[in-house]
Write a protein that binds this ligand. Structure first.
Ligand code: HEM
Length: 511
């Protein structure tokens, strides 16, 4: 008995000794890890390194970030200031918030900083993508792309955008079950990219196959670059190769499809624009550009469309004011959208609609920020950004903390009205589409798409939340509601009657 209790005591003592040594080892290795990164400071620069913690060896603060979500950055910013260092997803990073700091990073493109995509993203998007181009090559490529998003080009895409949105809303309304808005918005933005931008006429079956392959590609664009069977990276490469084959086939068949077509698509404009700029694109360049455009449009537009629908549900007064504006401009008459009234100039002159879209993109900004690498050591907010460090400029945090927005957390479209113009109180306070030479190329197209969606929703749909409460919003990988946002849609006939009978069990807000 005595021996047994002695064994227990010694086992407990050994365990305690092990735990203490492990804690000590962890503390020492953590200190060494912090010192390892402090040692990378540029000694020729007198300024201190940014404050912050590099977390634990190798994993850094990745677990804190995953658990805390968007609260992670807010808590670090409160503790260490607008420019702080951390270590996320296997790499050291300096996170930058605030209009003045962001301005310096964005205006320093090619000089102070350059793009810095993870290796998997660079490889999967390909060497000819904008994401992988810098300096003069980037400038020339953007020039070729600029025509794709010009006023004339947008005018020619408009009827197709409207048609794709109308078809989608019809399908949503004919579904007796609530729609998962985020998932279906992804499908909608994919259809928009394939049909409107690229002008591909593919069968529903082919479209489904392309969509699934594209999702596989997107799911693995940010993965560890280990090319072994069953790794995400290998899956991403396979998906990319399948997409490229499908796109090549569609491009080769394209001249046949254009017969009788009354509009140009982005691919036509891109090919034309490249010729005009004396830089005819090879098939490989066309395939990479095509995938890059769909990739850039896909998650961002789906996130913004979902947030738009959620805000219209949350704020019926905003939807009513939108309807009033449409009535006032003769676009909505007797509860119906008037055929032929949806022209680009009409849409762009709808001031309140513009305020609503801007406010959705301010409060629910789809892209949280952009990654860069410092190409030389420079000063920011009184600290040094050492050469070689990754820098992430933050869009969402800059919106959330900007002093120019009164009652910053409130959904208030009128803050963008001519009288208040809060966004005009300084540059870089409002930047849902980034800024500087790498600002979003598709921003006009994205806002046009969101405007048409809002008009169609206001004019020809009734929709209601199908859950008791509104879902929580998460921000990783792009901002979206946790349950995708479940909504029941009802189409309206010309007398404003619901085409589908309204189910009694449906709960929540109706607009
Ligand atoms: C609401 C929707 C959208 C949002 C919020 C958005 C946001 C952004 C942001 C923040 C950037 C800059 C990233 C950085 O600084 O690293 C960007 C770049 C870009 N976006 Fe968008 N975007 C949207 C839709 C689109 C669409 C529809 C297209 C095209 C079809 C597009 C094409 C691009 C391209 C090509 C770039 C890279 C530009 C370059 O590197 O020069 N985006 N976008």
């Amino acid at each position: 008995m005595l021996f047994e209790s002695f064994d227990l005591v010694s086992a407990l003592a050994t365990l305690a000794a092990c735990l203490v040594s492990m804690a000590l080892l962890l503390a020492v290795s953590q200190q060494l890890w912090q010192l390892r990164w402090t040692a990378t400071r540029d000694k020729s620069c007198k300024l201190p390194m940014p404050k912050g913690s590099m977390g634990f060896p190798i994993i850094g603060e990745t677990c804190h970030w995953l658990f805390q979500g968007s609260g992670f950055h807010a808590s670090r910013r409160q503790k260490y200031g607008n420019v702080f260092k951390t270590h996320l997803l296997g790499r050291p990073l300096i996170r930058v918030t605030g209009a003045e700091n962001v301005r310096k990073v964005l205006m320093g493109e090619h000089n102070l900083v350059t793009v810095d995509w993870p290796q998997s993203t660079s490889t999967l998007l390909g060497p000819n993508s904008l994401a992988n181009s810098i300096g003069d090559i980037h400038r020339k490529r953007r020039k070729v792309f600029a025509k794709v998003f010009s006023h004339e080009a947008l005018e020619s895409y408009l009827p197709k955008i409207q048609q794709v949105i109308q078809e989608t809303l019809r399908v949503w309304s004919s579904n007796p079950e609530p729609v998962n808005v985020y998932r279906e918005s992804q499908r909608l933005s994919f259809h928009m990219a394939v049909r409107v931008l690229l002008g591909f006429r593919v069968s529903d079956e082919e479209m489904r196959h392309l969509f699934n392959t594209f999702q596989e590609f997107v799911d693995n664009v940010f993965s560890l670059p280990i090319d072994l069977p069953f790794t995400g990276y290998r899956k991403g490469i396979r998906a990319r190769d399948t997409l490229q084959k499908g796109i090549e086939k569609a491009i080769r068949e394209k001249p046949l499809c254009t017969q009788g077509k009354d509009y140009s698509d982005a691919l036509d404009v891109l090919i034309e624009s490249a010729k005009e700029n004396g830089a005819e694109l090879t098939m490989q360049e066309l395939k990479e550009s095509t995938i890059e455009l769909i990739f850039a449009a896909f998650a961002t537009t789906a996130s913004a469309s979902t947030s738009l629908i959620m805000q219209l549900l949350r704020h019926p007064a905003v939807l009513e004011k939108l309807r009033e504006e449409l009535r006032g401009r003769g676009i909505l008459q007797n509860g119906c959208l008037c055929e032929g009234e949806l022209r680009l100039e009409n849409i762009c002159s709808l001031k309140y609609l513009d305020c609503v879209i801007k406010e959705v993109l301010r409060l629910f900004t789809p892209v949280s920020g952009g990654y860069r690498t410092a190409v030389q050591t420079f000063e920011l907010d009184g600290v040094q950004i050492p050469k070689g460090w990754s820098v992430m400029y933050s869009i969402r945090d800059t919106h959330d903390t900007s002093a120019v927005f009164k009652d910053v957390d409130a959904f208030d479209p009128d803050r963008f009205s001519q009288e208040r113009s809060e966004d005009k109180e300084g540059r870089f306070h409002y930047l849902p589409f980034g800024g500087g030479v790498r600002n979003c190329l598709g921003k006009q197209l994205a806002t046009l798409f969101l405007r048409v969606l809002a008009i169609e929703l206001a004019g020809s749909s009734r929709f209601e939340l199908a859950t008791r409460t509104f879902p929580r919003i998460i921000t990783v990988p792009v901002l979206h509601p946790t349950d995708g946002l479940k909504v029941k849609f009802y189409g309206l006939d010309s007398n404003q009657n619901e085409i589908m009978a309204k189910s009694d069990e449906m709960l929540g807000a109706t607009v």
